[in-house]
Write a protein that binds this ligand. Sequence first.
Ligand code: ADP
Length: 425
Amino acid sequence: MARGARRSAWTAAASASAALTLFAWTRDTLDGPWIAASVAALGLGGFVGSQFRGRIRITPEAADRTRHSVAEALLANIPDPVILVDRRAVVIEVNPAARALLPALKLRHPLSFALRAPDVLDGIEEVLRTGAPLKTLYTTRVPTERAFEVQLGALPMPDGPAGGQPNVVLFLRDLTSARRLEAMRVDFVANASHELRTPLASLLGFIETLQGPARNDAPARERFLGIMKIQAHRMTRLIDDLLSLSRIELREHVAPTKAVDLARIARQMVETQGPLARERGVELTLEAEGVHRVPGERDELLRVVENLVENAVKYGGSGGRIVVAVTRVAEPPRRAQVVLAVRDEGPGIAPEHIPRLTERFYRVDVASSRDQGGTGLGLAIVKHIVNRHRGRLAIESALGAGTTVRAFFPEYVAERDETAETIPG
Ligand code: ADP
């Protein structure tokens, strides 16, 4: 019947529109574009309905099937888990994301078999009682700790076999990564404040001593002023490193495109740091032949070499020898890589520390890092710069066998890239 078909088209469009609106509500994005999409879905339904008028005969069963497949397609394309339950909390419909999260979910089985969350089950009852939507939390510990915000809303089912009995739709929004990021931010602020507070407390202590007991003690004053200068420098270094880190992070998604000769940068840094290393009894040598170009930002690459050489001198200098090498590795069909390696013959690092060395403020030995003027941010800065250059960092070390830090960068391929860009079509 044409009337049936028209009605079905309108109903499917209304369902699509309602689902879009509900989905937007659950994501707090019920704004212009979403409303426009819902209106468009309704409009499309109206148009399709009007086209059917008097032309095509569709049975109510066929219309039901169409409507069902529209709803299924919509559900399948929602990336977050969605579950539909009836008023006894028995599962009626689930989307693939919900099945992936809760493998025990089965149609026509109580939701409580798969989702053991009293707050969510109570929430379903409350939504049915009041008709008002609500949000609650669902957390899991196994296999990993995860947290979801569950948004519950009543869904009237005018055409359903239960005739007007509302169902309840549950949208689950994964909060795990947002929570992890928040925890990392809080840790970072706490660490940064602690790192600044320590030299600040020592400065305040010396100022009080100079104003009080050491007021007229000239030799003590000289000594304290020397320590205060060191602490003030430490705070400056820390703030500089924090600022560098946030600047690099801000640009991390924009990969540099200019060709930079990494061998030249390494040569320059070895020349600058050579005298300083010699003062500490360390021989610093370079192994780099020819030109090794990478798409890069010169200042950032200088910083990478500087931090790695400084670390090798500070922590591996006792070995007496540091080698900075720049080489090319080609493993076709993969793009060739330029590798910067800084190798020392110092005491090395125990394996349990290696995966954590690029974390902010992580040090193997806090006291020795502080004595050497370290901020605990050097390798974190290196890692972010290497990431921005679409490269990779590898730390190889064993106790008593020295340390080698390697940074791999994609090689610069000018001609091919430029030709590809200029050939039309
Ligand atoms: P820091 O400012 O403390 O030097 P980094 O992030 O540069 O911070 O390094 C983190 C830690 O890694 C250092 O505190 C040190 O314990 C360890 N480390 C880095 N490079 C070496 C190395 N070449 N040999 C031994 N330990 C190293």
